[in-house]
Design a protein around this ligand. Sequence first.
Ligand code: AMP
Length: 120
Amino acid sequence: MNYQPDNIFAKILRGEIPNDTVYEDDEVLAFRDIGPQAPVHVLVIPKGEYGSLDDFTRDAPAELVGRFFQKVGEIARRLGVDGEGYRVIANTGHNGGQEVQHFHIHICAGRRLGRMIARE
Ligand code: AMP
């Protein structure tokens, strides 16, 4: 998929839109979701231009993919949600309900979460 540099997370990475950062290093940015679905709702994104989990796992070096997921766990521990537990979600593509075309992981926590997939 062609990466679209006008997506909202690319604008956040360029500093064009503010965000509520909880963790940042040279490879990833984690910030609070603007429309939280749980008491803790944080998004973790790679700084590289990957449009989806499919693109990230297809195009990024394995070491970067590995470090990214290690950092997701580290960020959850920094948020203090590892003890009671949390849910990680990566909506991917149309049927996955992905709205922003820059790969991101949701970390949701802070209450007992409901069904994994809503019945429709
Ligand atoms: P997804 O459906 O997986 O693509 O999720 C996109 C998420 O990005 C949603 O949960 C939105 O609430 C969130 N979001 C959209 N714009 C912003 C923003 N400017 N800052 C933080 N989160 C955002």
